[in-house]
Design a binder for this molecule. Structure first.
Ligand code: ATP
Length: 422
């Protein structure tokens, strides 16, 4: 039996993963055997999201006929108790799906997962699919959470993992005390199997959230063994409990290859193209350039929070051939860059301003007249061009951990994930 839950918390209160952990423990204490719970993220462009647009799913492996009533009661009671129903933006949804209907409808579920990753889905669409696959669902208030609840059940590989440690109740809302040095040590000792623990560029611990929720910290990685090692390396406030979730974090599953003419708003894209307008600075510290392929042109932006990544972008020039990974903003239609891959660098030239006759310095006289030597006064129509070395190399470049979306694959995982196929 599968259980999906979403949209229970607010920025002020609770966390859907904590709720899933409580239900997991309660069912386990009642003799049920459960698969590792899932924490699945969906299209990051969804505007209703509280934080990272994620839903959770549990799978009971030994539910027998007649157990459903008990299980549903446990789930509903916990969801009612641990949802912030006073928040206007919290609209919980619960989905129950039998193992039989899960198996029978694997193709429909596969397509639904893609839909919630790539597009903005209507609640009626989720209800239609649920009816088709004979899923039971409960909508609380608007019940928008059924979209993500079914999305979490429908997910399929690749997966990574997150170990989430929760705070003792009396600590909720208080400042989190986590020893920064211990996080750096943990990061170094578990590299490359855990990621986004510490932002070395901005000197910032990344595992702790800033909200009042019950989460103390979350450690992400691709190997459970390393996550447990990491748990014991982090020092500071003692957690009340922890849970390891299977997730789609760091997998890039929200991105698809697109030709520019086919790009539409609020989806994730990978676009190969040539830079046709050199990067320039926008007000607010953002950096923009224009990309072109055989079908069209589009602007790509590295926003201010991507910090040092913008310096990489500023090094690009017209003619560079790159792939841009990111999500598409509607107005104006632009790509919000998550990472780039430089495939081919254009040669960069500067004018040789040394006079070929006397070695003096050339001075520009205007477009038509060319250059004049300050010393011998000779006019040189077209001075020689000298190729200069580019101060950037082909390869991947990414935003820092502080600015990374949950779903974005960090460069450190690119080879590891394809090897492991987790
Ligand atoms: P929470 O921890 O409460 O789940 P969150 O940041 O994940 O916080 P939600 O409060 O769940 O955000 O809000 C996101 C809402 O968007 C949920 O109701 C979810 O069902 C819905 N949703 C998820 N994916 C999509 C999608 N692709 N299209 C439209 N709605 C979606």
């Amino acid at each position: 039996m599968f259980i999906g839950i979403d949209d229970t918390d607010s920025r002020e209160k609770y966390c859907t993963t904590y709720l899933a952990t409580l239900i997991y423990d309660e069912l386990k204490n009642n003799g049920y055997l459960l698969n590792i719970p899932k924490l699945i993220r969906f299209n990051p462009m969804v505007k209703y999201k509280t934080r990272g647009n994620g839903g959770v799913a549990l799978q009971i492996l030994n539910a027998e006929k007649g157990d459903e009533e008990f299980i549903k009661n446990v789930v509903i009671n916990y969801v009612e108790k641990y949802s912030d129903l006073s928040s206007p933006n919290t609209n919980p949804g619960i989905v129950f799906l039998s193992s039989e209907n899960y198996k029978k409808n694997s193709e429909i579920l596969k397509n639904y997962y893609k839909k919630v990753l790539y597009d903005i889905v209507d609640i009626n669409y989720a209800e239609r699919i649920l009816k088709k696959i004979k899923g039971e669902y409960i909508k609380i208030k608007l019940g928008r959470g059924i979209i993500g609840a079914l999305g979490a059940i429908s997910s399929n590989p690749p997966y990574t993992y997150e170990l989430i440690a929760y705070r003792k109740r009396e600590m909720w809302g208080k400042k989190r005390i986590i020893d920064e040095e211990s996080v750096i040590k943990m990061d170094k000792e578990t590299f490359p199997y855990t990621y986004d623990n510490y932002d070395y560029e901005n000197k910032k611990v990344l595992i702790t959230p800033n909200t009042k929720c019950p989460v103390l910290y979350g450690i992400r990685g691709i190997d459970i063994k390393y996550l447990i090692d990491a748990y014991f390396l982090v020092k500071g406030e003692k957690p009340e409990r922890f849970m390891i979730f299977k997730t789609n974090h760091g997998t890039d599953v929200h991105l698809r290859h697109f030709k520019i003419k086919d790009i539409y708003p609020n989806t994730g894209v990978i676009v190969y193209g040539k830079i046709i307008k050199e990067p320039t600075n926008l007000e607010g510290g953002h950096v923009i350039f224009r990309l072109s392929d055989s079908t069209g042109e589009i602007d790509c932006i590295a926003y201010e929070p991507t910090k040092g990544f913008r310096d990489i972008i500023r090094k690009l020039i017209a003619g560079d051939y790159i792939a841009v990974y990111g999500t598409v903003r509607e107005k104006p239609l632009t790509i919000n860059i998550e990472k780039i891959k430089i495939l081919k660098l254009e040669k960069k030239f500067i004018l040789d301003k040394t006079c070929p006759f006397c070695g003096g310095t050339l001075k520009a006289k205007g477009k038509k007249t060319g250059y004049k030597c300050r010393k011998c006064k000779k006019i040189i129509k077209e001075p020689k061009k000298i190729e200069i070395k580019r101060d950037i190399n082909p390869g991947f470049y990414e935003v820092p951990g502080t600015a990374r979306r949950h779903l974005s694959k960090p460069i450190q995982l690119i080879d590891l994930l394809s090897d492991k196929n987790v």
